[in-house]
Design a protein around this ligand. Sequence first.
Ligand code: DP6
Length: 361
Amino acid sequence: MKESHPSFALILPASFQKGKVAWRSPSNIAFIKYWGKYGVQYPKNASLSMSLSKSSTETSIEYSRAGAHAKRAFLFEGKAQEAFAQRIWKFIDSLSEIYPFLNQLNLSISSRNSFPHSAGIASSASAMSALALALVDMERKLFGRPASEDDFYRKASHIARLGSGSAARSVYGAYSIWGENLVLQKDSSNDFALPLQEEVADCFLDLHDSILIIDQGQKEVSSSLGHSLMNGHPYAGDRLKQAEQHLKSLLSAMKAGDQDLFVKIVESEALSLHALMMSSDPWFILMKADTLQVLQKIKRYRESTGHFICFTLDAGPNVHVLYGKQDKIAIEEFIDKDLKPYCYEGHIIFDHLGKGPQKID
Ligand code: DP6
C-alpha cells in the first residue's frame, strides 16, 4: 500500500484550472459481519460481503483552482442537506494529510441514491465508496497516480474505509474481503478490502438479495456506538474466534458449492450479530416482531421445499433474503405471498450480485 500513499507536493500542476469526476458505487451486504473496530475504522475481524447491483450512490465532484477562499457546496438529490453536508466536509477535512491539495480547490459535490432515503437501507457504504472513488480519480487526473488499477482500487477502498468501515468493501464487484485473515489472501489487510480471489461455484455467481423493508425508521443505534459495544463485551474473544472460523467455512462452502453450509454460516452470522447486541451493555434489540416472523417463515419454507434460500440482517430490522437462480420463480412467489405482508407498505428491493462501481462520463 506504500506506493499508493505518496506524499504530495502542495502545488497543483501549473496548467490545471478545473475538472469533474463522477462515480456510481454499490451498497453491499456482509455475510461475515464486521462488528467491533479500533482506531480509524480498523476492523477487529475480517468480513466478507456481496456487492449489490441496483442499490447504489452516484457522486460527482466539480473542482477548480481556488482563490484566497476555497468555496464548497454539497447537494444531496439536488437539495442542500445540512446534516449530510457536515459529515461530508468533516470527512474531506480529515483527509488533509493524504490529500493536502483539497484545500486549494473549490469543491462542488453532488450525490444521489438509487433507493429512497426512507427505505431504511444503509447508504453509508455506497455513499462513502462513491465519494472515495471520485477523490482517487481526481488524484489520478491531477497527478497521474495511482498508476495501476490494483493500486487505484486499494486506495479507493482505504479512503472509503476512513469514511465508513463497510464502505471499504464496496469498491469491488461480486464478493469482497476486508481485514487481515490467516485463511486467505497473503496480502489481506485491515487498511483496505480486496476482491475475493478464490473461485466460487456457479450457484453463488447469480445470487439474489431481496431486501424486505420491515421498518423504514431511522437507525436506532449509530454504527460507531454499535461497534463500541464490542469493547469489553463478555463474548468478544469468542466472537473473534467465531468470525475467523465462519470465514474459513464460508469460503470452502462457496468454493465447493455447498449451499447447506452457506445457509448455516450466513444465518448464524446474522443472528450472532443481533445476539451480541442483545448481550451488550447497554443492550439493544434491533429486530421488530415482524422481523422474527419473517425469519421463522423463511426457515419453514426452506425445510418444507428444500429450496436454497436464507436470510441475513444488518444492524437493523430489515431482512435480506438470499437465493439463487435455480428456484427463483417459486421463491419470489413465496416472498410476494408470505413475506410482503410484513413489509412496510409492501416495500421490497429486489437486488442481486453486482458488477461493482462504474465511472460515469
Ligand atoms: C452490521 O460500516 O456502518 O453492517 O465503520 O462505524 O461506519 P462504521 O460502521 P459500518 O458498520 C457496518 C456493520 C454491519 C456489518 C457489516 O457491514 O459488515
